[in-house]
Design a protein around this ligand. Sequence first.
Ligand code: NOJ
Length: 753
Amino acid sequence: MKKCILLLSIFFVLANCKSESKLNVESKSDIDKKVDSLLGVMTLEEKIGQMNQYNGFWDVTGPVPSEGDAAKKYDHLRKGLVGSMLNVRGVANVRKVQKVAVEESRLGIPLIIGFDVIHGYETQSPIPLAESASWDLEAIKKSAQMAAKEAAAAGINWTFAPMVDISRDARWGRVMEGAGEDVYLGSKIAVARVEGFQGEDLSNEETLVACAKHFAAYGFAESGKDYNTADVGVSTLYNTILPPFKAAKDAGVRTFMNSFNELNGIPATGDKFLQREILKGEWNFDGFVVSDWGSIMEMMDHGFAKDKKHAAELAANAGSDMDMESYAYVNELANLVKEGKVSEAVINDAARRILKVKFELGLFKDPYKYCNETREKEVIGSKEMHDAALDMAKKSIVLLKNENNILPLEKEGKKIALIGALAADKNSPLGSWRLAAKDNSAISVLEGMQKYSGNQLTFSEGAKVVFGNTNFINEVEVNSKDTSKFQEAIQNAKKADVVVMVLGEVGFQSGEARSRANLGLPGVQQELLEEIYKVNKNIVLVLNNGRPLTITWADEHIPTIVEAWQLGSQAGNAIAEVLYGDYNPSGKLPMTFPRAVGQVPIYYNPKNTGRPGPKKEVFWSHYQDESNAPLYPFGHGLSYTTFKYENISVDTSLKENIKVSVTVTNTGKVKGKEVVQLYLRDVIGSVTRPIKELKGFELIELEPSASKEITFNLTKNELGFFNNKGEFIVEPGEFKVFVGGSSVTSLETIFNY
Ligand code: NOJ
């Protein structure tokens, strides 16, 4: 009889769950009710099951744990012990696992399917750092929207993006995955990406749940070595690290991922302060937190948890709701609850958060809504995707240097020598984090340039970037001294009017676990560059890279340098359009380029110190053997036209809305876009403030000779900062305001607040 009543109530709960309609403000409380009734019929093990995420059977994005063969995973799916899977992609594969969860488990709770949709699914947009160089929030949002649409058509409904870690250390390979070094730009981009992925309605099957990661301080790994310790003070935590996460939360991001690193002695995965006090407490975040891959069990290696059971206890109590690939929750949590070490309330809270997001996605109504074969065929790799990728790629290119206006290239009658293995590489432009892309599917620079057939084009490899299998997981040989292909390249260069050299990093030289201690051109590329320079000085250097590089020699000698990052599927077309002037570049660096590795971490807005310089005597904050200045500053980027900044003025009549105006004029001969940047300095603070901070920017486009007055509004949000108690304060006093086309600004004035 008892069993009968239970079955009946389960039936009613599930029938009710299936009538879930699209998410809107009214339905939020409906969802809460549905989650509550579902929780009411779930066993402890089933609730813990929701907190368990398994990797699929095909791709891996982390060290493969010894535990968990396919048979066991399927068995757990049937028993309702799995809430999510990652790295299962393609409608057929997703349907297969979803079917087991929905049709063979007792309650039939659908899985949420996660994947690293970082800069596209099959069609790759530029790497996120490159996209950030566009400073074009609409374009970035659109790119995330396209990625969501394509991935959702492949059965996925949750992306582990955006990475919103502020990164100031180019040695860290994951700088390619974020928005660079700046808090203000990073926060705006975080919002654009969250809005792009999630859209306005999560139950729309063209959107994905987004995930702000890695909470927190992952970008502050000591010595730029991935997974390394982060030790930062409260001021940096509150003013630099947390704001992009808060912005993502405010934009409605539904999940967070914690991080591998420890922060001030506590592994982030087991950090109550970060997850319970700040995120779920102060910020009132009601989505869920997923651990990073194996980061729960890694707390043993950190020397924080004595065994896996202890790790599960620490992580769950700290607020990590879902276990990615540690097998800690599924094996240990039930016993921990029975022993009273983890309360049932903690389990209920985590399961509630996860179920809620599944309801918001509309998965209870239709668990197969992301499994539509027709849509999969139509959307993936479609023209719409490639058009958007091309548009984003062009916007991401930064013209670093263009002496003598070598660029744009003439379209007729010239001999052009294209040199460098990367010029013909169809894989590297896809960048890191491109698991679902087809290998070698990008348009190469060679292919892009061949479309301009009015010139005579030769190609020679000159030098490989690295040796060995450059695909994904393997270590590669970077120190080979093979110069056997130099001669052919030198001969071609001798005969050419212009040499275009494509040098830099292969796609997998940046990304997770791809830290570098040297930031120069890998392999023998620097030697090749110098050899070519000896025979032809008319060089356009096109960089392909996932991080800032110390190309100091190139800056001194090579007249023209284009930062073309790893621009995705349409890379070669975008680069060719820029080289030939069919697109006027407008990108600005989202990360400072150092002159030497010894300057790293280098960023545009350090503190002034008690001994700023320059001074004649030795006692000031500087290097003996290198300038303090960067090679290229944050915000730098040229155009085929020029811009003049003048008439800076400040209107303080409304204290709550101070207005700063400036006039910008296109002083060149062609139409162009410019990112007008505003920086502030709070001159005296109860906690010292950086020498300047970006607090506004506007992307404008001007015809030749046209002018535009730009007005920035400064409110408390821009004037204030976090004190060392984590309180946001605004202090009256003197502010300097700077405006210009890079962080090395041309105009400056002062106002009092
Ligand atoms: C580890 C990475 O740190 C994280 O960013 C990624 O989302 C997961 N692996 C899943 O692939």
